[in-house]
Design a protein around this ligand. Structure first.
Ligand code: ADP
Ligand code: BMX
Ligand code: ZN
Length: 291
């Protein structure tokens, strides 16, 4: 069976056809529309899947936001242009005419990365550092989704009580500091208005402020990882997302984590499936659920 896999992030939408052996075909991307209205996202999804849908028998979606009963609810609406709610599976099932399931993007990615680890580890955590900071927890071989889909939203744990406001309504969340948007929001002077990708490029050219912003993100993530180790006793933490996978970032996090007491240290790995972990995790879950 061929699955049409879709990944909805705060910055980009991705889609691909995925066969039973988890090979990706015809992968494509579009920017995520930054609009408060559901129409813009619906139109973008329609455009994204149009060339793929005729070859698929079902749809598996990994999406940013809390996914509950197939609907998307933003915990941080700023990441989606202010969009609060979107009837996700209903909309995509109507567009495609195919059976459709959806799961949070970081939860999906955690499941794919757990499989990539060949079940050597029964307890692992996935963290994406991307538009936001997302998380997925696998505990004793089971993916935690929670009763309402909130499980693993580790980006909304407290990093700094005096830190910047987070779009979720709390002050000082990890996401408000460490995410791509958090890095960009803290940029001042000659870096004001630039996105995280540009700030990484400037850091590579030796810009002191850019280097400081990236270090601040990495040290915030390292403290989160120490907290995650203390709460889950995970055997490894896998890092994904475009910021998480950016050159040199993981090494910075490792360096900061090494400063923590030994009990809170844990091996860190870059996502095996790189930018496709969400897509593949959604497909694995669709295969298991036999939708
Ligand atoms: P999404 O959040 O849509 O899943 P990404 O994982 O690509 O998308 O994360 C988007 C964030 O990553 C943005 O803040 C963007 O500026 C930043 N980014 C994209 N590419 C890079 C890169 N090569 N290096 C560092 N940051 C990047
Ligand atoms: C936010 C939240 C999470 C998501 C995480 C990473 C929204 C819209 N999203 O914390 O559900 O897993 O961002 O998402 O509230 P990404 O867009 O950075 O991939
Ligand atoms: Zn928050």
């Amino acid at each position: 069976m061929t699955t049409l896999a879709i990944d909805i992030g705060g910055t980009k939408l991705a889609a691909a056809l995925v066969d039973e052996a988890l090979n990706l075909h015809q992968r494509r991307e579009l920017p995520t529309p930054a609009s408060k209205t559901a129409d813009a996202l619906q139109t973008a999804l329609q455009t994204l899947v149009a060339p793929l849908v005729s070859a698929a028998q079902r749809v598996a979606i990994a999406s940013t936001g809390i996914i509950r009963d197939g609907a998307l609810r933003a915990i941080n609406p700023h990441n989606l242009g202010g969009l609060l709610h979107f009837p996700l599976t209903e909309t995509v099932a109507t567009i495609t005419g195919l059976p459709t399931m959806a799961v949070n993007d970081a939860q999906a990615a955690a499941w794919a990365e757990y499989h990539a680890l060949q079940r050597v580890y029964r307890d692992m955590v996935f963290l994406t550092v991307s538009t936001g900071v997302g998380g997925g927890v696998v505990s004793n071989g089971r993916l935690l989704t929670g009763t309402g889909g909130l499980a693993g939203h580790l980006g909304h744990t407290l990093a700094d009580p005096n830190g910047p406001m987070c779009g979720c309504g709390r002050r000082g969340c990890v996401e408000a500091i460490a995410s791509g948007r958090g890095i960009a929001a803290a940029a001042e002077g000659e870096l004001a208005g630039y996105d995280a990708k540009t700030i990484f490029n400037r850091a590579g050219l030796g810009n002191a402020q850019a280097i400081r912003l990236i270090h601040r993100s990495a040290s915030t993530l390292a403290k989160l990882i120490a907290d995650v180790k203390a709460t889950t006793d995970c055997q490894c933490v896998v890092i994904g997302g475009s910021v998480g996978l950016a050159d040199g970032y993981l090494a910075l996090v490792e360096n900061d984590l090494a400063q923590e007491p030994a009990a809170y240290r844990v091996p860190l790995l870059a996502a095996h499936y790189r930018h496709d972990a969400g897509l593949l995790g959604a497909v694995l879950l669709a295969q298991e659920k036999k939708i």
